[in-house]
Structure formats: structure tokens, C-alpha cells
Design a protein. Structure first.
Length: 132
């Protein structure tokens, strides 16, 4: 499994702040962010305005509509990118998403674990071992 090609693929798909986290030889652990563009943020605002009965940019507006929309969008897009990577490199990938930072909702942070098909690991165990 070529970690340089994995990281290169993530960069080519516009994921940012890519950082490899040292782990065992049978897995590549990477932290990265998905940055929202202006259109995605505007779509989240429009969705929250349409669906929320709370005041615009109120607590419920953010917590139940705006942040979840952005989070779902990031998870879906990262999932598609990783699916393409798995198919092209014949590897396995698992990922977790962190909650969006309420003070800077311009990005969503992720950690992914890549392994060969015969060396699958549990991402929860990896995160626990790394204290993440």
C-alpha cells in the first residue's frame, strides 16, 4: 500500500490540511479537512431558513439544521472520494468525522484509516490506541 499515492489522491480531490499520523505498518492513518465552498455554505443557510421555524441564525437554526446539513454534505463527499480511492487502489478505508467547529464552520475534520484488503483493522480500535 503506497501512502504517498493515497495522500496525493486526497490532495487531488481538494481535501486539505492532510497529515499522516504514525501508526503500525499495516495501516495508513490520515487526518484531513473538507473545506466548504461559498455555494455549500449558502445552500446550508437556505436549507436552515426553509426548514427551521426558529429565527435565522438562532440556536435551533444552527444546531438542528445548518450544522447537520454541512456535516452530512461533508460526509457524503468524503465518502465518495474514499470510495473512488478504494476502487482505484484496491484498498480498504474507514473514516470518522468530527463535529463542525461552531466558531469556524468553514471546514469539517476527518480521520481515515487505510489498509490492504487482507489487513483490515477497526477504526475505533486505531483511534483508541492513538488516543484520538
Amino acid at each position: 500500500m503506497d501512502k504517498v499515492k493515497i495522500i496525493e489522491f486526497l490532495k487531488q480531490n481538494e481535501l486539505s490540511n492532510i497529515e499522516e499520523i504514525n501508526y503500525k505498518e499495516n495501516a495508513v492513518v490520515v487526518r484531513f479537512t473538507y473545506e466548504f465552498d461559498d455555494l455549500e455554505v449558502e445552500a446550508a443557510k437556505a436549507y436552515a431558513n426553509d426548514e427551521s421555524e426558529d429565527e435565522e441564525e438562532g440556536e435551533i437554526w444552527y444546531e438542528e439544521f445548518f450544522y447537520p446539513y454541512l456535516s452530512d454534505l461533508a460526509i457524503d463527499n468524503v465518502g465518495e472520494i474514499l470510495e473512488e480511492l478504494m476502487e482505484s487502489r484496491n484498498i480498504e478505508a474507514q473514516f470518522v468525522s468530527y463535529e463542525i467547529d461552531e466558531e469556524d464552520y468553514g471546514y469539517n475534520e476527518f480521520i481515515a484509516v487505510f489498509t490492504s484488503k487482507e489487513n483490515e483493522v477497526d477504526i475505533e480500535q486505531v483511534l483508541e490506541e492513538l488516543n484520538l
